[in-house]
Each structure stands twice: as C-alpha cells, then as structure tokens.
Design a protein around this ligand. Structure first.
Ligand code: HPA
Ligand code: ZN
Length: 340
C-alpha cells in the first residue's frame, strides 16, 4: 500500500516560490564556467557543494550571487531553466511561477533582454515538451536602492508581455517593504500582481507592510507571522497564501531543525500554506524533497497534503479555467489513490 508521503509526492502540484538562479546545480555551474571561460573560486563540484553550509540568509546570498556569475548568454539561462523544468516535472509539478533577479545580471553587464530571452525560450520549450506551464516574476533586490528598482522597472517596460508579476527578495533585515512602496505602486498601476518575501528573517511588521503598503497577493515565506496573533487572523480572514520553503528555512537557520519548523502550526491556524523549494540547488532538494522532509517529522494526512496542493493551484496567477482543470485532476488523483 502507498504511504502518505508517496501519495503526496505523486500529487500534481504548482510551485510558487522558486528562484531560477537558485536552481544552478554545481555540475552545471562548472560546465557553464568552462563554456564561458569564467574561473570559479572552488577547485571542484564537491568543493563547491561542500561550501553550502549557511549560517543565515546573508551567508547564502553571498555564495548565490557569486554562483550567478557563470550565467552570461541567453543559452546559459535557457539551459538553467530547462534543467529546472525537467527536474520539477519529475516531481509532478505542472505549473511553476519562477522568480528571476535581473539586477544580479545587468550589474555584470548581461543585458536584460538576454536574460529574458533565455528564460522565456525555456518556458516555451517546457510547455511543449513537458506540459509544464509557467509564469515569470521579476524580483527587485531589496538591499539595493529604490532608484535601482525604478531603473530596473524601466528596463522591463518594453517586455511586459513576458513578465507576469513583481516580487521582492534578497537581504530582508534592515530593508523593509516600505522602502519599495512607490516602486510597487507603479508595478500595480501596470496591472500586474505583486508578491514579496517577508517574515523569513524579518519581523511580522514586515508582513504587515507587504500587505498594507505593497498590497501583495502572496507572502513569500511568512513563517514569522505566527509570532503575531492579529496578523495570523488577518492572513486567515483574507486567505493570503504563504509560499513556505521548509528546507530553505532549516538550511538558513530560521529553525534549528525540521522538528522545530512551524509548518504544522501554520496549517492548523487555517492559513493558506504551500510547499516550495526556493533555491533547490543550494538547500538540499526540489519540491518533493521538501514534502518528504516535512512528512518525516510532522506526519500529515493525505487530506492535509490535498489541501496544500489545492492551495498551490488556487494561489497561482494562472487563469480560472486552468485552476479548475488542475484542481479537478488533483481531486481525481486523490480519489484514485485514496487516503492511506
Ligand atoms: N530570501 C531572500 N532572497 C532570496 C532567497 C530567500 O530565501 N532566495 C533567493 N533570494
Ligand atoms: Zn525565496
């Protein structure tokens, strides 16, 4: 008989919190470094992987931004994204909303259009070859100035037919959402949905700001929201989705180990939680690895995982028709495999 974890891993699902630069596996990093004549500051794939021991968000970001230096051509971004889609499809991801950080690349002289062309070509190929649909969310780096975000938005304007939303990532502490209130007002005026990382390392106040000042549709991470009962009540009442990334939270020491993670308490508080991989090449795995790690210690039911997967589809920025189709396929899967 199938175990709960096998049923959960087999469910069709959406991934809503995934940084495409965070899918750069060490093997591909070395291959691209060789192709582009870039020297990585590590002698081997093993040495690079061994460096993935983080003490907090910043210690990860330092390595993550350094790794991105091997990404130079449209083909590199295409190879990166297609490798992610293949891996995600193996985990039964049928829809992915992926973040990209254009400022990481334009600051190195890689043109915005080169990044975008490479990623969108892979998105088209993934839909045709794998049946995986996707959306692209442009993230502003919050450690940089508001003026830099406005300049990036200006660069994006000619390409809005291929950008489906805006987000906010990078070093959270000391860079509250309020810093980008005016940028996000302009993003919303363009008619595109916004999301923001908040309440990962930062306090619940940053989640309030993301909701009230940036008017986001989803909170990325949001695990620290549980420290504020009024905030929990608000998130529940408004059904604001939280894109939780359990392995990321443990790797970056938001929680000391998976047993300490508040995922079950978020779920039991009636919040709209989803499970995502964030930066899978750096944090120990893709979406099903996250499901396995959670199930290992939290012992959820098939009904819990059904609800989590359904929330993922409902919280996506896809059309209502697509959402209905995916939820129907999910319901049929759960009916066929039954509660364990
Ligand atoms: N938090 C903030 N910024 C990021 C992350 C994250 O988890 N991953 C990539 N950029
Ligand atoms: Zn993230």
């Amino acid at each position: 008989m199938l175990q709960v974890v096998d049923i959960a891993c087999g469910m069709p699902k959406a991934e809503l919190h995934l940084h495409i630069e965070g899918t750069l596996e060490p093997e591909l990093a070395f291959a691209l470094a060789a192709r582009n004549g870039v020297k990585l500051p590590y002698p081997s794939v093993e040495a690079l992987r061994a460096a993935y021991r983080f003490t907090d968000l910043q210690s990860f970001l330092d390595i993550y931004y350094a790794g991105a230096s091997v990404l130079q051509t449209g083909q590199d971004f295409n190879d990166l994204a297609l490798a992610y889609f293949r891996r995600a499809a193996a985990d039964h991801v049928v829809h992915a909303e992926i973040f990209f950080d254009p400022q990481t690349h334009t600051a190195r002289g890689v043109p915005f259009a080169v990044v975008l062309d490479g990623l969108t070509q892979a998105m088209r190929d993934a839909e045709r070859e794998l049946g995986v649909t996707s959306r692209l969310i442009l993230c502003f780096l919050r450690h940089l100035a508001e003026a830099d975000a406005f300049a990036t938005l200006d660069e994006a304007l000619p390409h809005l037919d291929r950008i489906h939303g805006f987000g906010l990532d990078s070093s959270e502490r000391g860079h509250p959402p309020s810093k980008f209130e005016r940028v996000f007002a302009r993003c919303r005026a363009l008619g595109l949905p916004c999301v923001a990382h908040a309440g990962e390392e930062g306090p619940p106040e940053y989640v309030w700001e993301a909701l009230d000042l940036l008017q986001v549709k989803r909170i990325d991470h949001g695990v620290r929201a549980l420290e504020d009962p009024r905030l929990v009540a608000r998130l529940r009442a408004e059904r604001v989705p939280l894109t939780v990334c359990p392995l990321s939270n443990v790797k970056l020491r938001v929680f000391s180990d998976m047993k300490q993670h508040n995922f079950k308490r978020l779920l039991d508080a009636g919040l709209a939680v989803t499970v995502n991989s964030d930066d899978p090449a750096y944090f120990g795995g893709y979406v099903n690895d996250n499901i396995r790690a959670v199930q290992d210690v939290l012992d959820l039911t098939v009904a819990d995982w059904h609800r989590i997967a359904r929330t993922g589809f409902e919280a996506s920025f896809a059309s209502d028709a697509d959402k209905r189709r995916w939820v129907a396929a999910l319901d049929a899967y759960v009916t066929a495999h039954g509660p364990a």
